[in-house]
Write a protein that binds this ligand. Structure first.
Ligand code: HEC
Ligand SMILES: [Cu+2]
Length: 480
């Protein structure tokens, strides 16, 4: 008996000690972290994140968040009435550390039409703060919470109809860093996916109201990163230099769709699975649930454009879930050789694949009223239909897709170019002295759209400035 006592005691201590270092012990221990002084939180619009917490002590952190209902552009020519936390979709990024006492003030701008609130998944408490923060236009509400669990968390509006408030853009991320902060990296970015439902179909211009039925049916017209098509492409692309480590804070606001987040041309060295403590390594695609998050990290080793996508791939190439991380620096042929050999591989035969007949293509478009409009509509069609192969500036991809910029093939014969788009094109062609022998399938767009896109191409990137009309397109179609 005498000898057993100390053993039992130390066993008990061991269990207690274990429990303390485990996650379920976290709440009780982090609840007791003392806060020293007060600090106003830095909030940032995507793709930026506030300064890391580093080694700072837990504080009383003042967060002032303003709700704004404002019209913005969902994609070229498509307007949408966004509801936002802080004027951006996703809303402002909030960066805290474990043990912070967050004093949260939610203001609903007097020009807004509706009441809103906020549910932060980082809050331990009823509705994640939703009940205490319900606020009418022209009013503000303050509540306070202590960050008990480290991790990356979603916040969103939880006012009925909740789905509609989220669908209109009311979501964002709040990061709770562990004691001492996350390990430092060279670049950090904030990327959040969301699905949008509009009365008109994808690409239909004008101010598009929210479509409740499509949302209920989970039939998204747009799936995008950071609130709009192109929010992370072209001039808005993310950037890094060869050799840098990159950390992406990935969120998914939904309201409906789960994201299969992938970066084309990169492997995640580390994934903080679902934004928690579990670290997985060497990952190709990570699942980000609706109302969930993940932190991914990787070192960029070679220059080029890495493509961020939802690997439910039609969402990326047809609905907008596509972003670019542009990496600059020296090539490393050991890691990536570039092309070594090229051959032709046409498993379905050299003929042009037949898809629906021309008659099946809707001719319901509103004709462009001016050259300017033709250019605008044409650009939009280009970005939706041609960009993936011929690239943003018509530069093409060597040995695969011929350039449309300063293309002698294009400029020499307008009917031949029209035919390439409406009938498809295959067999060997020479463009600017380079041979291509591949297949372009016929593009399933209306005559009006062919006219607009070709007018855009002819009047861009050093081409011969022709104007293509619907009649010219119809003539080529009828000749066939
Ligand atoms: C899936 C990839 C793909 C898409 C999408 C695509 N093209 Fe092409 N395009 C090609 C390929 C490949 C060729 C070369 C075909 C060959 O080798 O015979 C080509 C050739 C052309 C040519 C003639 C060659 C030149 O460079 O001038 C034109 C003009 C053209 N495409 C325009 C368009 C337009 C406009 C669109 C959008 C409406 C489009 N293409 C969409 C792959 C594509
Ligand atoms: Cu709301």
């Amino acid at each position: 008996m005498k000898t057993l006592k100390p053993i039992i005691l130390s066993l008990a201590l061991l269990i207690l000690g274990c429990k303390d270092s485990k996650k379920d012990g976290e709440n009780s221990s982090t609840a007791n972290i003392p806060v020293s002084r007060e600090m106003v939180a830095e909030l940032t619009a995507p793709p930026h994140v506030p300064t890391p917490v580093g080694s700072r002590k837990a504080k009383k952190l003042i967060v002032n968040m303003e709700i704004l209902e404002e019209e913005g552009e969902l994609t070229n020519g498509v307007r949408y009435n966004y509801w936002t936390f802080g004027g951006s979709v996703p809303g402002s990024f909030i960066r805290t550390r474990v043990g912070d006492e967050v004093e949260f003030t939610l203001s609903n701008h007097p020009d807004n039409k509706l009441p809103h609130n906020i549910d932060l998944h980082a809050v331990t408490g009823p509705g994640g703060g939703a009940e205490s923060s319900f606020v009418a236009p022209g009013h503000e509400k303050t509540f306070s919470f202590k960050t008990l669990n480290p991790g990356l968390y979603v916040y969103h509006c939880a006012t009925a109809p909740v789905g509609m408030h989220i669908a209109n853009g009311m979501y964002g991320l709040i990061l709770v860093e562990p004691e001492g902060g996350l390990p430092p990296v060279d670049k950090e970015y904030y990327v959040m996916q969301g699905d949008f439902y509009t009365k008109g179909k994808n690409g239909e211009r004008g101010l598009q109201p929210f479509d409740m039925q499509k949302a209920v049916d989970e039939n998204a017209d747009y799936v995008v990163f950071n609130g709009s098509v192109g929010a992370l492409t072209g001039d808005n692309a993310l950037t890094a230099k060869v050799g840098e480590t990159v950390r992406l804070y990935i969120g998914n606001g939904g309201p409906n769709l789960v994201s299969s987040f992938h970066v084309i041309g990169e492997i995640f060295d580390k994934v903080y699975v679902e934004g928690g403590d579990l670290i997985n390594e060497n990952i190709q695609t990570t699942l980000v649930p609706a109302g969930g998050a993940a932190i991914v990290e990787f070192r960029v080793d070679v220059p080029g454009s890495l493509v961020l996508v939802d690997h439910s791939i039609f969402r990326a190439f047809n609905k907008g879930a596509l972003g670019i991380l542009k990496v600059e620096g020296e090539e490393d042929k050991k890691i990536y050789s570039g092309e070594i050999r090229e051959g032709i591989y046409l498993p379905e035969g050299p003929g042009i694949q037949n898809m629906p007949t021309t008659d099946e293509i809707a001719e319901s478009d509103i004709p462009a009223k001016s050259f300017e409009e033709q250019m605008e509509f044409g650009k939009q069609i280009y970005m939706q239909n041609c960009f993936a192969c011929h690239q943003s500036e018509g530069q093409g991809i060597p040995n695969a897709f011929p350039p449309l910029a300063k293309s002698d093939y294009l400029n020499a014969d307008v009917n031949r170019a029209i035919s390439a788009v409406v009938n498809g094109l295959s067999g060997e062609i020479t463009v600017n002295g380079e041979k291509y022998n591949s297949v372009m399938t016929r593009q399933m767009i209306s005559s009006e759209e062919v006219a607009n896109v070709l007018t855009y191409v002819y009047n861009s990137w050093g081409n011969s400035k022709k104007e293509v009309t619907k009649k010219m397109v119809d003539d080529v179609k009828n000749k066939k």
